[in-house]
Structures are given as structure tokens and as C-alpha cells.
Design a protein around this ligand. Sequence first.
Ligand code: F6R
Length: 258
Amino acid sequence: MSDAAETMTAYDLPVKVFETAELASRAAAGKIAEQIRARPAPGRCATLGLATGRTPLRVYEELVRNHRAGLSFANVVTFNLDEYHPIASTHPGSFRSFMKRHLFDQVDLRGDRCHLPDGSLGEAEVEACCRAYEAEIADCGGIDLQLLGLGRNGHIGFNEPGSRRDSRTRRVRLHPTTLADNARAFEDGKVPDGALTMGIGTILEARSILLLVLGARKARTLERMLGGPISRDLPASFLREHEHVEVLADRAAAAALS
Ligand code: F6R
């Protein structure tokens, strides 16, 4: 039985609305756990696409709880959406450090199966690293389930407004809104101004996608994403062209939907 208070069907994508962020996060964790248990084929790992930021924090908490109650990550491979560039992977603000703190170090995931783009590389090596990231995803058979958060400016991953639908893993410059939103993770407030991110084309190749949207500050963006034109101006709108996307929102984020 679902805890969703309501499922909206008026948009291209189904939207499940939950009374609280907690319930929405628990539902997202439940879907991920289901994917892990369902393992695509004997001998193949479940391949998860993961996100960082405030949105998935409770999802990871719940997955860690599931792990303590018996869920094994021994047959899971993960690919994160993005990493700052330039940044040392051990920097406390790096997405690798974030993932280690909130998930990797707390479950039985194998270290060599946790992938993030390498933000520590010099300019000359970045392009090859991005190509290799795409190849690694393909070698694992593609992503079974991709978890996404929504940027206030409509970004997914770090595909900022203006990103092409067919974009692939690459280096990008971060938008001023993104820099402001992410400054809290850096003691001096100095967020690296670049990142390596999966492209929109990369994300849309995932077999299924969960977009988790929490809080009133995302309400207007979610409404534009679902009800406005599909356009590069709001990269998340491209998700409407994918067959297996589910939006999980809390009541506050869904406030502007009809
Ligand atoms: C994070 C990512 C971003 C975030 C988005 C929302 O890996 O790719 O797209 O999902 O910026 O961030 P929060 O959840 O902090 O509001």
C-alpha cells in the first residue's frame, strides 16, 4: 500500500504527493530497495544512479536503516550524477565525501563499485574522464534506476538552463543560483565554479527515473517543469519525454500544481 495522499494524473508524468518530506523520502527509498532486491538478472548487479544535496538525505538514512534490517548492497553498482570540479575527492565538500558519509561507508557496498566523476583531474584529462564514465555505465549494462533531485533553476544533475537534450557527461560551469544554494557545504562559502555532470542524454537513458521534490522553494519550478513548455530553459522538463519517470513530491513542493 502506498503512503501517497494523492496521485496526480493531469500532467505528462505521474506525480505522487505525500503529506510530508519524510513519507516521500521513505517511498523513494522503498523503490530503490525494491530495485536492489529485484536484481535485473542472475550474475548482474542492480545499477543505481544517485544524487547528492539536501533532497536525498532522508532517502539514504532510510536505506541505511533497511541495510541494518537485512538489505544487502553486495550486488549493487552506483554511479553518481556529478562532482564538483576542481575538487579533491577527500575534500569534505566533495560529493564523494558526501556519499561516503551518508551511504557508502554505512552499507556493504563494494568500494570499487561506487562511481563518481573524478573532480580532481586537470583540464587536460577531463574529457577522457567523462568519456570513460559513460563507457563504465554502458559496461554495467546501463542504469536501472536513477534518483534525481530538482534544482531551483530546473537543473537535473548539473545540467543548468541552456543544456542540450542530447548532452553527455562533461564539464560545466555552475549557475549563480546553484553556487548560492550549495555554498553551505563549504566552510568559506567558496563552491568550485565548475562540475563534471552526466548529461541530459545520459540521464534519459536510465531505464527508470525517480524525481524527488521536497519543500516550498521547489514548488514554482515543479509547476513550470510539468506545466510549461519542454525546453532547454528548464532542463528537467525533458524528463517528460521519458516513459518511466515518477515524481514523488511532498505537499509543500506540490502546492502550485493543479
Ligand atoms: C546533486 C544534483 C543536483 C541536486 C539539485 C537539488 O547531485 O545533481 O541536481 O539534486 O541541485 O539540490 P538540493 O537537493 O540540495 O535542493
